[in-house]
Design a protein around this ligand. Structure first.
Ligand SMILES: Nc1ncnc2c1ncn2[C@@H]1O[C@H](COP(=O)(O)OP(=O)(O)OP(=O)(O)O)[C@@H](O)[C@H]1O
Ligand SMILES: [Mg+2]
Length: 311
């Protein structure tokens, strides 16, 4: 069953230089109990897409399209209806723990606040559950840690706190934004296994630069480039048989593949290249790529690529 059906989603920002089309006509589906990875280089629109789903973009953002969540269009809910859903049904683990945690509140109290807000528990019960969540997030001495402030924790511990807080109200759909960013290899492996355990039985959109982590955690992967999905397939297929030249380049740029960066730089989101947005950087560019905007081509079940090479 499809839990979230995103249809023709646009998120644009008016700026003095022009309209920034951070998310442009994105179609995505996430099934019950499915983990979808969203990868793409910096500035490709990953966070904006996540924030659009949970409706936390600044008021200046122009968001259009449809996002059908369990039969209801999230874009048509009132702010009040959305507030009730947010956290409780749909939660987001934000990209930057250092700025997302409140520096003057003990971490146990921050998690307890989420719990009492969404589950309606009293103060003492909420605090006890917060400690349980910290334990579930494999934080040693959870009771003592609950009394600490964010600055007393390491990066890996802060990420665990973010995960504990995001999942404290048992949301059925979790958006995790770069949960493994900036962590050393061992901590990263621990966080990956924690996410696997704690999100089992839920749906998740995992936003990341880290294709290897996405490969381990996710069932499917979608590749975002300049606000647009360029390729989508099962996680193993994306890693072993990528069809879009951008995905192929992205994989070659990984440290494990020898760090060969894609030449050129990310395109402007105000005035993106004509035709295929990747054409100025594509090693296989053809005439048609410069003129005509390619549609998503279905290659086989569950694998599609926005590229004329696939025609
Ligand atoms: N409030 C805003 N106003 C104008 N432009 C914005 C705003 N928020 C984001 N953008 C622009 O939207 C684009 C996409 O940003 P986004 O943060 O989604 O990228 P990202 O893929 O998450 O990158 P990263 O991997 O670095 O986190 C960027 O060009 C960014 O500058
Ligand atoms: Mg981001």
């Amino acid at each position: 069953m499809v839990m979230l059906d995103i249809i023709d989603l646009k998120a644009h920002f008016p700026t003095p230089d022009g309209l920034v089309k951070a998310v442009d006509s994105v179609d995505l589906q996430i099934e019950d109990n499915e983990r979808l990875g969203l990868i793409g280089e910096t500035g490709s629109g990953k966070t904006v897409l996540g924030m659009s789903i949970i409706r936390l973009l600044p008021p200046s953002a122009i968001v259009e399209g449809r996002m059908i969540y369990k039969g209801r269009d999230l874009l048509r809910l009132t702010e009040e209806e959305m507030r009730r859903l947010r956290g409780k049904e749909i939660a987001m683990i934000l990209q930057n723990p250092t700025t997302s945690l409140n520096p003057v509140l003990k971490i146990g109290d921050q998690i307890a606040e989420v719990i009492s807000l969404h589950l309606g528990l009293g103060k003492r019960e909420a605090k006890a559950r917060a400690v349980q969540m910290l334990e579930a997030a494999m934080i040693p001495e959870a009771e003592r840690r609950a009394e600490q402030y964010p600055h007393e924790l390491s990066g890996g511990m802060k990420e665990r706190v973010m995960i504990a807080m995001g999942l404290a109200s048992h949301p059925s759909f979790v958006i995790a934004d770069e949960p493994t960013k900036g962590l050393d290899a061992r901590t990263k492996a621990e966080i990956i296994s924690l996410i696997q355990d704690m999100t089992s039985g839920r749906s998740m959109l995992m936003i990341t630069h880290d294709l290897a982590a996405a490969g381990e955690i996710c069932d499917r992967i979608a590749v975002l480039y300049a606000g647009e999905i360029l390729e989508e397939a099962g996680a193993e297929t994306i890693l072993s048989d990528p069809q879009h030249p951008y995905t192929q380049g992205f994989i070659r740029s990984l440290p494990s593949q020898g760090l060969h960066p894609i030449s050129g730089s990310s395109p402007s989101l105000i005035d993106p290249p004509s035709g295929c947005r990747f054409h100025p950087r594509c090693p296989y560019v053809m005439e048609i790529c410069k003129r005509e905007h390619p549609q998503m081509i279905r290659l086989e079940r569950g694998h599609s690529s926005r590229c004329y090479l696939c025609h």
